[in-house]
Design a protein around this ligand. Structure first.
Ligand SMILES: COC(=O)N1C[C@@H]2C[C@@H]3O[C@]2(Cc2nccnc23)C1
Length: 130
């Protein structure tokens, strides 16, 4: 329906801005592009559903997100993947796990601050029907 499509267009504009802010934060550099599978040859043995911020920006443009919760589910996937692939008590693993938790918390905080909660509830109703 036309009114629903206007709401989803507003959601896409909002999600592109969130994605841009996260991808421009140097702390989240490791999460901006897919893990290089030629460099990290065992990555897909461990991580069954890779995700990154560039892929998420493409998904926004392809109308894959019908509410902010679906967007945050992919942010949570980026974080869970990093915790799973980098579990050791080495400083490098600890650092990427910290960065992943920071990405997750920043994303949820940005959406809670900038998103009208009634608007998200309307989007979640649209998402259920699609
Ligand atoms: C989201 O990013 C990650 O989970 N990782 C894990 C990989 C292990 C380590 O760091 C990553 C990239 C990399 N490339 C070459 C050699 N070693 C590494 C980034």
């Amino acid at each position: 329906k036309r009114k629903e499509d206007y709401k989803l267009r507003e959601l896409r504009i909002f999600l592109r801005d969130i994605c841009r802010k996260l991808a421009s934060n140097r702390r989240f550099y490791k999460f901006t592009k897919p893990v290089d599978l030629e460099e990290v040859t065992d990555y897909l043995d461990i991580i069954k559903q890779p995700m990154d911020l560039e892929t998420m920006m493409t998904k926004v443009d392809m109308h894959k997100y019908n509410c902010a919760k679906e967007f945050l589910d992919d942010i949570d996937l980026i974080c869970a993947n990093a915790l799973e692939y980098n579990p050791d008590r080495t400083s490098s693993d600890k650092q990427i796990r910290h960065e992943a938790c920071s990405l997750r918390d920043h994303a949820h905080a940005l959406i809670d601050v900038e998103m009208d909660s009634d608007f998200e509830l309307e989007c979640q109703d649209i998402a259920k029907k699609r």
